[in-house]
Design a protein around this ligand. Structure first.
Ligand code: AFP
Length: 334
């Protein structure tokens, strides 16, 4: 009889014992992320039924306003973290400003930044969606955090990860000691360790990008995509295109099987589309911890100096050699 699979809770306790000085706070935060994942997965499963259940335009039969699932997911994160003394500040793609907790509420030593629902365009067609989170530490006990306290480089993240709402619900995270993946067993409501110590292959055969933007890309980027399509056994080309419309799903595929995802800058949007603080930075930490690389095309994502909470950044992320090849093309070295 095989050993009983490790639950997220047991894994966190085991990891905590391996890192002296680790307080239960981080473990509590991660468990809350798991809870948020269960709630959002439940809401997404019902999303397809909301129309059948008789919503009419903006309100449903109970007279409730049918909010966008992004806002619902954002509310789930807020409810999960506002009262439990795990964090002292929250920031989200769905909220213009950072939210700090009322002074009389228990304050934690972490700041949580998140994209509560990544890939929202996939909601109506039952395609995968995700949520991304980044954890920063806040040490100053003299005052509550302000937004500028969040503007830390990705290198300063204490933990990062994502929830993937696909054929199954997964939680993948790193706290700086490798990357671990858990799959939700809905019948018992537990996340079970399914991918311990994930390592990304040095090179893959898959690329994920929206080639509809090809003519807006810089010449080096266009040359790279043309290069991927030329047949060459030695370098595993041509690569296969796999693009889901959900960053988390595409990065998860690349994390497990190798390859690269990229959303580059464009002629009218040189900074690209994706957000640094709660999309590129957390995924860059995960992928680098698994042995991969994440770049703007000219520098490491984790070293980008943030100027604004919602700033965008070009993103090339995945297998180390694949990202290095892109950088060579973008920098005219290839
Ligand atoms: P949405 O959440 O607005 O659908 O954006 C998803 C996303 O941020 C990322 O998950 C996708 O990889 C990328 O944008 C898709 O963008 P395009 O539709 O421009 O390809």
């Amino acid at each position: 009889m095989g050993q009983f699979p490790l639950t997220l809770g047991r894994f966190i306790i085991r990891s905590q014992s391996q890192h002296p000085g680790a307080t239960g706070e981080f473990s509590g935060l991660l468990s809350q992320i798991g809870l948020v994942g269960k709630v959002i997965a439940h809401d997404l499963r019902r999303a397809g039924l909301i129309n059948i259940l008789g919503t009419t335009g903006e309100t449903n039969v109970q007279g409730e306003t049918v909010k966008k699932l992004d806002e619902i997911a954002n509310g789930t994160f807020l409810r999960a973290f506002q009262q439990h003394g795990l964090v002292c500040a929250l920031a989200s793609e769905e909220m213009e400003r950072m939210v700090s907790l009322p002074e009389n509420w228990p304050q934690g030593k972490y700041m949580l930044l998140f994209d509560p629902l990544d890939g929202s365009s996939n909601t109506d067609c039952n395609m995968p969606l995700g949520a991304i989170f980044s954890v920063l530490r806040y040490e100053n006990n003299d005052r509550q955090p302000v937004e500028s306290d969040m503007l830390k480089k990705g290198l300063e993240q204490v933990a990062a990860g994502y929830l993937l709402f696909g054929s199954s619900t997964m939680l993948v995270y790193t706290a700086g000691h490798g990357v671990h993946g858990f799959t939700l067993e809905p019948s018992i409501g537990e996340y079970l360790l399914s991918h311990e110590q994930i390592r990304i292959p040095d090179r893959g055969k898959v690329y994920a990008a929206n080639e509809g933007n090809y003519h807006k890309w810089a010449p080096g980027m266009q040359k790279y995509v043309d290069y991927l399509k030329v047949s060459d056994k030695a370098t595993g080309r041509p690569y296969s295109g796999r693009y889901s419309g959900c960053l988390v799903a595409d990065v998860h595929r690349v994390l497990l099987g190798g390859g690269v995802y990229f959303y580059p800058g464009e002629t009218d949007k040189p900074e690209g589309k994706l957000r640094l603080m709660y999309e590129a930075n957390p995924l860059a930490m995960v992928v680098e911890q698994a042995g991969g690389r994440a770049s703007t095309g000219t520098m490491r994502i984790l070293e980008v100096e943030p100027k604004k909470l919602h700033q965008r950044v070009p993103l090339m992320i995945g297998s180390k050699q694949d990202v290095e090849t892109i950088e060579a093309f973008i920098q005219g070295r290839s």
